[in-house]
Design a protein. Structure first.
Length: 94
């Protein structure tokens, strides 16, 4: 298990980036969250098998139609968090 935190920059708000990122993460069986940031970026945190997370990051570099990704800052975290009771899926945070 691995865990990553990423910040996606560019034209990534107002183009359904969060909704599509949630879909892409769920298809890969990852857990975590995605949310808009005040500076116009999108932040996400994902946990799961490293190769599936790497695949999600590759998608993040393209994003959905309408997005113009200029940078993806990736920080691999030391350990995957333990699953809290009831925690599942990949959510959009507001």
């Amino acid at each position: 298990m691995a865990r990553v935190r990423a910040v996606v920059r560019g034209r990534v708000q107002g183009v359904s980036y969060r909704m599509n990122a949630r879909h892409e993460a769920r298809v890969r069986g990852l857990t975590g969250w995605v949310m808009n940031q005040d500076d116009g970026s999108v932040a996400l945190e994902a946990s799961g098998p490293r190769e599936r997370i790497e695949d999600l990051i590759a998608w993040c570099r393209r994003g959905p139609a309408g997005a113009q990704v200029t940078a993806v800052e990736v920080e691999w975290l030391d350990e995957a968090p333990g699953r809290s009771p009831g925690a599942s899926g990949f959510d959009i945070r507001y």
